[in-house]
Each structure stands twice: as C-alpha cells, then as structure tokens.
Design a protein around this ligand. Structure first.
Ligand code: ADP
Ligand code: MG
Length: 405
C-alpha cells in the first residue's frame, strides 16, 4: 500500500472536506511571528477551493489543557489565512459546538471555514482511545472526507489525524506528500558526503536519531544546547550550561560507535560563554575544553558555538551533497548568540545538492535571521515528525493513510 493522494478521493466539488492542517505558528502578543506553516498549507487548500469543495480547516495551536484558553485561539491565524488565500475565512469560536456547526452549514462551494483549536477539547489528545474516537465522531459529522495535511503531528495518535482518518474517507494532502518525498531522499540512497547537523535544547529528544543515522551518514556536527552533554562525555567541565547528566553514558556509547563505523562526529572547539541568560549579558569566546576558565567560572553559560567552530561546520556543510539540519546552534533568539546559527544557515544555502532544515525553532530561526525559504532545498514543517521518520519509527497517522515505510 502507498500513501493515498488527494486524487484518490475522487471529485470533491460540493463536498464538505475537513482539512487537518498544522497551523501551530509561533505567536507573540497575539501576532504571528512566523507564518511558514500557514503558507505551507496553501497548496492543498487552493487545490480544494479550485475544485469547489467546501473546506473545513482544523488545527491545533500550542498546548492548551484540553479546555478553551484565549491565548491559544486560532483567530489570528484565520485572519492571516484569509489574507494569504485572498478570500474570506469564516472563523468558528468552537471546534465541535454550535458555532462550528453554523460555520460549516453556511459554506457554499469553494468557501473556507476554520474551526477553533482542536486541543480546546480533551478528546483530541486523550490517551483513551474511546475518548479520542468519540471526539473524532463529532468532527466527522462536519465532513464527507478528510484530507490529512498536518505533517507536524503525523507521529502522534491524536483524534483528528488518527481516529478521524479511519472514520471518514481520507487521503494525504500535498504538504504531507512533499515532506515525505524529501525525507525519502534523505533515507533512500542519499548522495554522499551526507552530513547531519544537530543542535537545539534537548539531547534526550535527539539521541534516537543519532543512533539511527550513524550507520548512514558521513559526518555529524553537534552544536546547540546538546553539545555540552558531549563535552561532558569527553570529561570537560561545562559550567552552568545545559547538561543532561543522565545521557552522558549514552553519548559516550555513540562516540565509540561512530569511531567504529568511521563516522566523524565533529564537536565544537570553541563556544560563546555568557555571564547570564540575557541579550545584554557579558560574554566571551572560550575554548570548549576550558569553559570554566571564563571570568564567570562554574556559573558561565555556553549559549552559542564559537566562530572557529562555526567556520569549520560551514566548511563541512558546503562540501556535502546531502545535509539535514535540526536544532539551532545557539540561543538565536538573543542577538549576541545568533551567529553560529546564522553561519550554519548561510552554509546550508550554498550546498551543492539537497539541504534540508527540519524543526520548528530551526525554521523560525532561519526566517528570523532574514533567509528566504527558497534559499534552502526544503524547510520541513515538522521537527518531531521528520526526526521520528529519520529514526525509522512507525508513524501511525501516516499508516492510516496507506503509507508504509
Ligand atoms: P527545533 O524546534 O528546531 O527542533 P529545539 O526545539 O530542539 O529545535 O531547540 C530550540 C531551542 O534551543 C531554541 O529556543 C534555542 O534557544 C535553544 N538553544 C540552542 N542552543 C542553546 C544553548 N547553548 N543553551 C540553551 N538553549 C539553547
Ligand atoms: Mg522546538
């Protein structure tokens, strides 16, 4: 079986089509700071609008606690979506209540409605299958078919992507199809040299992917918050930097395995150490094995890779033909600690081959730093999902769409 595509649903003219998007955008003071995920959902939405379907969009936003919470309302997204689609988007102030029912009932062919945050309902993410199914049944009443296009959540068993896909005639949207095509290129005979760049905040989230990728890649570059666990595994002191002590043994194991396989794991030789976590903290570049020699001793915080490391990473990236990058190299949100991420992003735009950015914060970082999406081979909308794909894990909400790895 292969992924069921939009065409498999036949003509959708006049039909009510629920589209499960991932419109989980970063918001600051009610404003969208990166609308990449909204833009990524446009091809599927436009295809359905052009067919004359009645489009009912559902999505989650953030992690509300299964109850309405104004700060996670999708209302600002409805407005942005309307601007990008160039047509009105009816916003329903609930997901399966009377507002949603009215919005859906009021749709004409080619019209669009967005229902309020799925996660305002406990059934969406419930661990209890019956509870999820009962929520999916309520959603199903609004549609004749489901187009599943929220790539960021396909590694989850949640009502709108899993149970609903089994309840209604369902297929994958164009975004999921495009994401899978790129991930396939990263796993099926990627052109070497193949380099994976990992950063971000939590090493424990990304260890699985390191283990799985080691036999497939030529070089692994380690930056971000996770680099300190690697430095600690080599016996270095890391001051007050992010450190996951309980992962040191696993990391030590990977370093040994890499050596055995002939894979180069490149660790930073210099880092930017700061007196405190803040944009105006004092900071200086230190050797990676002498972090506690900074003026702030054991309270110094490593917040970015240093310039020598960034230059070395850039060189490796530029001379690779396949690169996958997940996780910022430093705390890019604070200007003094964004340089490592900027240098790596720049190098990725110069790859002669396929350069992929994966991860919500990584995508936000490259956009915040002024890069354009089209400078990269691909910017994935799903960090967790793409990592789990690369780890070779089963993705239940793709399997319900006919997909098999
Ligand atoms: P992604 O969403 O791309 O997968 P993560 O969520 O793993 O990335 O990590 C992103 C976060 O990691 C950013 O908010 C960034 O500030 C943080 N980060 C990067 N380097 C460090 C560091 N040295 N110390 C603390 N946080 C860091
Ligand atoms: Mg993140």
């Amino acid at each position: 079986m292969t992924l069921r595509t939009l065409e498999s649903l036949g003509s959708l003219a006049g039909k009510r089509v629920i589209v499960r998007c991932d419109l989980n955008v970063p918001l600051k003071d009610g404003q969208i700071t990166d609308d990449g995920r909204v833009r990524a959902s446009l091809p599927t939405l436009n295809a359905l609008i052009n067919q004359g379907a009645r489009v009912v969009i559902v999505s989650h936003l953030g992690r509300p606690d299964g109850a309405p919470d104004a700060k996670y309302s999708l209302a600002p997204v409805a407005q942005r979506l309307s601007e990008l689609l160039g047509k009105p988007v009816t916003f329903a102030s609930d997901t399966v209540g009377s507002a949603a029912a009215d919005a859906v009932a009021g749709l004409h062919d080619g019209d669009v409605a967005l229902l309020e945050n799925l996660r305002f309902n406990p059934g969406e993410t419930s661990k209890d299958e019956a509870e999820r199914q009962s929520f999916a049944d309520k959603l199903a009443a609004f549609g004749d078919a489901l187009v599943s296009d929220g790539f960021g959540v396909v590694h989850r068993k949640q009502a709108s992507v899993y149970e609903l896909a089994k309840t209604l005639p369902s297929a994958a949207g164009l975004l999921i199809a495009a994401e899978l095509e790129v991930l396939d290129r990263l796993t099926e005979n990627p052109e070497s040299p193949y380099t994976v760049v990992l950063g971000g905040s939590k090493v424990s989230d990304k260890l699985g992917v390191i283990g799985h990728l080691l036999p497939r890649v030529n070089t692994l570059l380690i930056g971000g918050g996770m680099l300190f666990t690697f430095l600690a595994a080599q016996g270095h002191k890391v001051g007050a930097s992010l450190l996951e002590k309980d992962q040191i043994d696993t990391v030590t194991g990977y370093l040994a395995k890499a050596k055995q396989l002939g894979v180069e794991i490149v660790l930073p030789t210099d880092v930017v150490v700061a007196s405190a976590f803040g944009a105006d903290a004092e900071h200086q570049v230190c050797a990676a094995d002498a972090i506690e020699d900074s003026p702030w001793g054991a309270s110094g915080l490593g917040l970015d890779i240093g310039p020598d490391t960034a230059a070395r990473f850039a060189e490796v990236i530029r001379s690779s033909h396949t690169v996958f990058w997940n996780g910022p190299m430093g705390v890019f949100e604070l200007t003094p600690f964004a340089e490592g991420t900027r240098t790596v992003a720049q190098a990725l735009t110069e790859v002669d081959g396929l350069g992929v950015v994966g991860g919500g914060d990584s995508a936000a970082a490259v956009r915040a730093l002024g890069f354009n999406d089209d400078q990269f081979g691909h910017i994935s909308t799903g960090g967790g999902a793409s990592l789990e794909f690369l780890e070779g894990k089963r993705l239940p909400s793709l399997e319900v769409l006919g997909w098999q790895q």
